[in-house]
Design a protein around this ligand. Structure first.
Ligand SMILES: Nc1ncnc2c1ncn2[C@@H]1O[C@H](COP(=O)(O)OP(=O)(O)OP(=O)(O)O)[C@@H](O)[C@H]1O
Ligand SMILES: [Mg+2]
Length: 473
């Protein structure tokens, strides 16, 4: 800092402080009480001594001003040289205290904002803040991820083109309290959302205090489940209605035109028996499926020797295979570990797979069952497993059908499956049982050659050795 302004202020302050004494000297001169020479010497002496006295105070104020400037820029060292003035030192202390309090307040607000920002960022639902012109002013991380880039600064229409959402946003910005609309997004993957738009009055940071908060909730899974449930009810009703209307038709025929026709009665009763049987199987399969689904979250705890179970199940299916000129060949690798399983459910899986292999295999060709270890890394968590594969030499399944085969009531050739008495629930049951066992179902098929259905089941933990058991007893 230049010396001159300081010097000027020293002169100014000294003149102000010395003015009463100088005025008194002038009056004394005017009334002739003192000589002009003496007056001049006295006035110079008063002015100089006042300047010497005022000097350190002016320097102190300058130094204080500099220190306050530095403090504003975040540097409070070195403090001011306040000279002999105790008051200036107290002013400096007060300024420092106020500054520290202001800083602490600013920090607290900043931390709170950061915490709120972190909460917004962590919210899984996309959130967007709109100003009164429908421009996006803020978007959380989920929204940025959904729109593959930040929509901030652009009109909402640049992010969501759906007219219903834009209309709802306009309505809310025009004065409505809130609106919710459903919309579907086709790209990059089809998804369905519920958009909720809420009006925010007196929103901080907004030009006219008006804003709207738009939140998007992904309802794709819920909608899919709703559709699946509706499809399932429609399918199940359809499957039951077909044999039921056949039954009703024959009952009416037997009550009317065929009342006295003995030969027709026997024939019709056989058909009715078969249809009733089919309905019973359908209901049984549906109940079985719902029971398995209920248990799906509790893995089985039993230990099962798959080789003996496969042998026993194959024996029960032998007759059916023979009736189609087929046979069941079983090959078991040596030293297989037991699996952690529910024996009844795994028997049900094998029955379904062997039944399919017999039904859809070419007449006269064998069904092959082979048991071995699952390749390393097949099961989740690298667990060791046992694989059981059921192969047929049938016409195979076109690739387009493979992914849908385990859906309830899904059939490659519905008429043929029904004609064979199938409910279309067999593989759905297999899938749910395998899922409950934390296992894996693999389907490989080649059109014209045949199919192989393989299930991998986790090996059971080795049994506790007898010494360990006896040591615990
Ligand atoms: N080994 C196979 N070869 C060819 N197609 C098969 C085979 N296994 C299943 N499929 C096809 O998958 C469909 C679904 O099989 P799933 O076992 O669920 O029903 P289904 O056999 O028709 O009836 P259900 O099992 O109740 O008797 C079958 O209708 C058939 O089209
Ligand atoms: Mg089947």
């Amino acid at each position: 800092m230049s010396r001159w302004p300081t010097l000027r202020r020293v002169v100014l302050h000294a003149a102000t402080v010395a003015s009463p004494a100088l005025a008194v000297l002038l009056i004394l001169l005017l009334v002739g009480a003192i000589e002009p020479g003496t007056t001049a010497i006295a006035m110079v002496a008063v002015a100089l001594s006042t300047a010497v006295l005022v000097w350190p105070y002016v320097l102190g104020v300058d130094s204080l001003r500099l220190a306050v400037d530095r403090l504003e820029q975040g540097d409070d060292a070195p403090g001011p040289d306040t000279g002999p003035s105790e008051s200036l030192r107290q002013v400096w202390d007060a300024v420092r205290r106020m500054h520290a309090e202001k800083e602490a307040g600013r920090l607290a607000v900043e931390q709170r904002l950061q915490a709120e920002e972190a909460i917004l960022a962590a919210l899984p639902d996309p959130l967007i803040l709109l100003d009164s012109t429908r421009r996006v002013v803020r978007a959380n991380a989920a929204a940025i991820a959904l729109f593959a880039g930040s929509p901030v600064g652009r009109d909402l229409a640049a992010a969501i083109r759906h007219p219903a959402v834009l209309g709802a946003a306009d309505g809310v910005l025009a004065g409505e309290a809130a609106r919710a609309v459903e919309f579907a997004q086709a790209l990059p993957v089809p998804r369905e959302f519920v958009a909720r738009i809420m009006r925010l009055e007196h929103a901080a940071g907004m030009l006219d205090g008006v804003a709207a908060l738009l939140s998007l909730h992904d309802v794709t899974a819920i909608k899919r489940a709703e559709r699946m449930r509706a499809d399932f009810v429609a399918n199940a009703s359809h499957e039951l209605r077909t044999p039921l209307s056949t039954l009703v038709g024959f009952v009416e025929t037997l009550q009317g035109p065929a009342r006295d026709d003995e030969e027709a009665r026997d024939r019709f009763l056989a058909i009715m028996h078969e249809q009733a049987h089919r309905m019973a199987r359908l209901v049984e399969d549906l109940l079985s499926l719902s029971r398995i689904e209920q248990d799906e979250h509790t893995p089985p705890s039993g230990r099962v020797d798959l080789a003996s179970l496969a042998r026993a199940t194959a024996e029960t299916m032998e007759m059916k295979a023979k009736s189609r000129g087929s046979s069941i060949d079983l090959v078991v690798a040596d030293g297989l570990p037991a699996v952690q399983a529910d024996a009844d459910q795994i028997a049900q899986v094998l029955q379904n797979l062997i039944d399919n292999a017999i039904k859809y295999g070419r007449r006269g060709t064998p069904v092959a069952i082979s048991l071995g270890r699952s390749p390393r890394g097949t099961l989740a968590g690298g667990r060791p497993g046992v694989a059981i594969a059921v192969s047929d030499q049938g016409e195979g399944i076109p690739r387009a059908h493979l992914s849908r085969l385990t859906e309830r009531f899904y059939r490659v050739d519905p008429a043929r499956s029904r004609a064979m008495g199938g409910t279309g629930l067999g593989l759905a049951i297999v899938k749910h049982i395998v899922a409950r066992h934390r296992g894996l179902l693999e389907i490989a098929s080649e059109v014209g050659r045949g199919s192989t259905f393989t299930i991998h089941l986790p090996a059971a933990d080795p049994p506790v050795r007898s010494e360990q058991r006896s040591s615990r007893n």
